[in-house]
Design a protein around this ligand. Structure first.
Ligand code: ATP
Ligand code: MG
Length: 469
């Protein structure tokens, strides 16, 4: 694993020292050794850099004005607990070395240091980091295997689904899973099968939309030789192939009506008769069906048989769309990242995660997964930044009618220009976490304009208060 890592992206180091000559010297030494080096002259600056990206190791001087090495260390433990910090101490200050180690530094080197000494210490730090990530990945994998397959999510809705999966694992009642496209109906179906009592038997998925009726029928129930043109031999159907296991009928709402009748009979009698055959075979198969349609509407429209619905719907699992469980977005994104990248160092920046969490996902988890895959392809380093995330646009804003929408609301509420702009400026300031320069950039004005606006508002408020009295 360590070898694989070293060939991927050069390891990155943030070097922090208020002494420029030490910075330059360390940079030369480390660049020479093949590392990607970022220099930084103060602990305060280092912390603000670390807000936006991640380094494999932070190498910092101990004595610095403002934020010293120990304070930087403490703040890093808090913000980026996985980033190893190595402190450089002046020769002979055992006391501070002890403090450094107590504070959670991975190591310390005494200045002036030998090149070898520093490189050995760094190598150890990298190994440690790889090991820790590997451990975390293994723990995650173990947790996954032992609980609900590939399924992740920590929302209340997902917890209820886990509880349901646990409950139904031992019995064989039919299940109907409903949810919008991409919400994870198939993963839930797999999880029911592979964590339940039937796990050692087959799980067979079939999509009811994908095939013409005749073919679907013979696929499901099998056929005997000569049943139709081209039926040269007897063929077992999927019901028999899934014996003892689970048959996953995807897009059940698209199953033609006549076939629905035949399926209902199979479910009632627990036996199948192949197309053109005269004998039935007993079967023991659990049906998990899925639909992204409104089955009730389909029943009302006469497109879906109510009796079949009741047969299938012994247990119902509804997977809410992602917009109703946004707290699952970061966990899902993380799991997609691990699924699509072998490089254990790759991670999301905080800003990237925030952007994902705020996104609209009409295509649900599948769309989020595609987005993460794209971001992985776009990112040039081991950290995925907000810019790498190409968020699918909100249809409300994407079609260019956003201005119209705003004008409509403003007209309805009879908003003054000032109220409208003030509200917008406030919203942008809040979205920029109070950063005036960021807000100014988004608004397309300079910072001074923002300050002036604030002064004006204070004055206006005072005047209004005076008038009111
Ligand atoms: N809770 C989840 N945990 C992990 N992965 C998920 C989860 N939900 C969805 N996914 C992933 O998202 C993708 C889409 O999921 P899936 O195919 O199960 O959706 P679906 O509901 O069957 O969609 P469709 O209706 O379009 O067939 C898959 O790659 C799946 O692994
Ligand atoms: Mg599906």
């Amino acid at each position: 694993m360590a070898n694989k890592m070293s060939t991927a992206v050069p390891k990155s180091i943030l070097v922090v020292d208020d002494d420029e000559s030490i910075l330059d010297m360390t940079e030369d030494l480390l660049t020479e050794a093949g590392f990607e080096v970022t220099k930084c002259g103060s602990g305060t600056e280092a912390l603000s850099l670390a807000d936006d990206r991640d380094w494999d190791v932070v190498l910092s001087d101990l004595q610095m004005p403002e934020t010293n090495g120990l304070e930087l260390l403490a703040a890093m433990r808090e913000r980026r607990p996985d980033t190893p910090v190595i402190l450089m101490t002046a020769f002979g200050t055992i006391q501070s070395a002890v403090q450094a180690m107590r504070g959670g530094a991975l190591d310390f080197v005494t200045k002036p240091f030998q090149a070898d000494e520093l490189l050995v210490s760094l190598e150890r730090a990298f190994e440690r980091r790889v090991l820790e990530e590997e451990n975390r990945r293994l723990r995650r994998a173990v947790a996954r295997v032992s609980s609900f397959g590939e399924l992740v999510g920590k929302s209340q809705a997902m917890n209820e689904i886990y509880a349901m999966i646990k409950k139904v694992g031992a019995n064989r009642s039919n299940i109907l899973i409903s949810g919008e496209s991409g919400t994870g109906k198939e993963v839930v179906a797999r999880s029911i099968h592979f964590t339940g009592a039937r796990a050692s038997k087959p799980f067979i998925p079939i999509n009811c939309t994908a095939m013409p009726e005749g073919l679907l029928e013979s696929e499901l129930f099998g056929h005997v030789r000569g049943a139709f043109t081209g039926a040269h031999a007897n063929k077992k159907g999927l019901f028999e192939a899934a014996e003892g296991g689970t048959l996953f009928l995807d897009e059940i709402g698209d199953m033609p009506l006549s076939l629905q009748g035949k399926l209902l009979r199979v479910l009632q009698d627990r036996e199948v008769r192949p197309v053109g055959g005269t004998h039935s075979t007993k079967i023991d198969v659990r049906i998990v069906a899925a639909t992204n349609q409104d089955v009730h509407r389909a029943i009302e429209d006469g497109q879906f048989r109510q009796d079949l619905y009741y047969r299938l719907n012994v247990i119902q699992i509804r997977i809410p769309p992602l917009r109703e469980r946004t707290e699952d977005i970061p966990v899902l994104a993380e799991s997609f990242l691990r699924k699509h990248s072998d490089d254990l160092r790759v991670r999301f920046s905080d800003a990237a995660l925030r952007k994902l969490s705020r996104g609209v996902w009409p295509g649900n988890a599948r769309e989020l997964e595609n987005c993460v895959e794209r971001a992985l392809a776009l990112t040039g380093s081991s950290e995925i930044l907000a810019n790498d995330i190409l968020i699918p646009e909100d249809p409300a804003t994407g079609d260019g009618s956003i201005e119209e929408m705003l004008i409509r609301i403003a007209l309805e509420k009879r908003l003054t220009v000032r109220r409208l702009t003030d509200a917008y400026v406030d919203a942008v300031l809040e979205a920029s976490n109070g950063s005036k320069s960021e807000a100014a950039r988004i608004l397309g004005v300079n910072r001074r304009t923002l300050y002036r606006r604030k002064e004006r508002r204070v004055a206006d408020n005072e005047r209004e208060a005076a008038i009111a009295q």
